[in-house]
Every structure is written in C-alpha cells, then in structure tokens.
Design a protein around this ligand. Structure first.
Ligand SMILES: Nc1ncnc2c1ncn2[C@@H]1O[C@H](COP(=O)(O)OP(=O)(O)O)[C@@H](O)[C@H]1O
Ligand SMILES: [Mg+2]
Length: 231
C-alpha cells in the first residue's frame, strides 16, 4: 500500500510580485517547499529578498500570484476566507520581530487570546495559557503588561501565545532581530525545546547565521528562489 506523505506545510510553484508604478517587481519566483512534522527550518537572505513575503503567503495572510500552499494537506489557497481564518487559528502560530502583544492586556490575557478567539471556554483557556506561560518561564509575569516586560520576555510571551493552540506549525519572522545576543539565544533555545516537546514544526526567518545553523535545515532566498539546500 503506497501512502502519500502529508507534510505539515507544502508550497508548490509559489510566485508573488508587487506592482511598482508601471513595473512589476518579482519577489518570489516559483518557490517550492516541503516541511515535515516537527522539522525546524531556517530561512535566511538579504534584506528585501522576500522572506517576510514568503512567510505571509505560507501563513495565508497574503495571496500569491500563482501556486498553492497546503497546511496539513489542506489547500489554503483554495479555501474560503473563513476557512482560512480557521486554519490559521488552529494550525499555525505566528511570532513577529516586534512581538505584537496587545498593550492593554496582561501577558496571561495575550497568551489566552488565540484560544478565546477559537471559542474555548474562558477557564480552560486561562488554565492552558497559564501552563504555557510557565513553560516559557514567565508565570511570575502573568499580570504584567508589555510595558512591564523586557524585550526578551515579550518575545517569550509571543512564543507562548503562538504555541498555546498547539499548532502544527509556527512561523517566526526575525523573532530575535530586536534582541541582544543573550536574549536571542534564550529565545531560540526555548523555541527548539518547546517545538520538540509539542512536535511543532518551525520556520524561522533570521539574519543570524549561527542560529540558522542550529536548525535541522537552512535555506537561503536569493533572487526569489532558494539558492542552496542543506539537510
Ligand atoms: N506591499 C508591498 N508593496 C510593494 N513592494 C513590497 C511590498 N512588500 C514588500 N515589498 C518589496 O518586496 C521585496 C521583498 O520584501 P520582504 O518580503 O519584506 O523582504 P525581507 O523580509 O526579506 O526583507 C522588497 O523589495 C520590498 O520592498
Ligand atoms: Mg522581513
């Protein structure tokens, strides 16, 4: 019996261009990618090489010109807006360079938010959010708002928020770009440990080559394509 492997994430012939006045800027040129369960992939590349654009497409936040994105075998490209939102909420976690925590809410409330948005009952959501905050070492900061957290702590809260729904995949766009090297290393260690524990796949865009080398695989975007492949 032959079985087609279902990747956590797969994109096929993904292309994206932006219109700039009369010209078109081709940012991604037929990109293909397959990510296995619990795999850690780094994406590196110069500023402007299309890394953020690719993550947005993979997360279903932007439309491509051409190509398909499949999350757990489900075609995100063909899904309706509401189906897409559901897949995003249930299957994918996002971490950004600038954490994007909601400033008026506490760390705990921020972590519980994706569960509440997914209609989980409050007491279950807060219970799970507490456990997640504990696993990033920040239970003692549960009631702190972002202004009362350090940069590294904010990113750890953002990681807890990304993982709280137990997604199959986390997409992180330069999550340590704004941190000193010690906090950055701590954040990377945490991502690796938690993804192993939860069997979560990770794609991390990073400028930091040494961090990229700690992942299972590292791909470089050059001229809209992956230039090298090492595993
Ligand atoms: N919304 C947009 N409209 C037009 N051009 C854009 C837009 N977003 C990004 N770009 C351009 O696309 C290229 C890739 O951008 P981006 O994906 O942000 O690169 P990276 O994250 O690797 O720095 C850049 O040249 C950028 O100026
Ligand atoms: Mg970027």
């Amino acid at each position: 019996m032959s079985e087609t492997p279902v990747y956590v994430l797969e994109c096929r012939d993904l292309s994206k261009s932006y219109r700039q006045g009369p010209q078109r800027l081709l940012v991604l040129d037929n990109v293909n990618l397959q990510l296995r369960q619990a795999e850690h992939l780094a994406i590196v590349g110069r500023s402007g090489s299309g890394k953020s654009t690719l993550l947005h497409l993979l997360g279903g936040l932007t439309d491509s010109d051409q190509g398909t994105v499949l999350v757990n075998g489900i075609n995100l490209t063909a899904a309706s807006a509401s189906e897409r939102a559901k897949i995003r909420n249930q299957k994918i976690g996002f971490v950004y360079q600038f954490h994007h925590l909601l400033p008026e809410f506490s760390a705990l409330e921020n972590v519980a938010m994706p569960l509440l948005l997914g209609n989980m009952e409050r007491r279950f959501a807060y219970n799970r959010a507490e456990k997640m905050l504990e696993s990033v070492g920040l239970l003692s900061r549960a009631s702190h708002r972002q202004a009362e957290l350090s940069g590294g702590e904010r990113q750890r809260v953002a990681i807890a928020r990304a993982l709280v729904t137990r997604p199959a995949l986390v997409l992180a766009d330069e999550p340590t770009g704004n941190l000193d090297s010690e906090s950055a290393e701590q954040v990377f260690q945490l991502m690796r440990a938690l993804s192993q524990q939860h069997r979560t796949a990770f794609i991390v865009v990073t400028h930091d080559e040494s961090m990229a080398n700690t992942m299972h695989r590292s791909l470089r975007l050059v001229d809209g394509k992956f230039s090298d492949q090492s595993s």
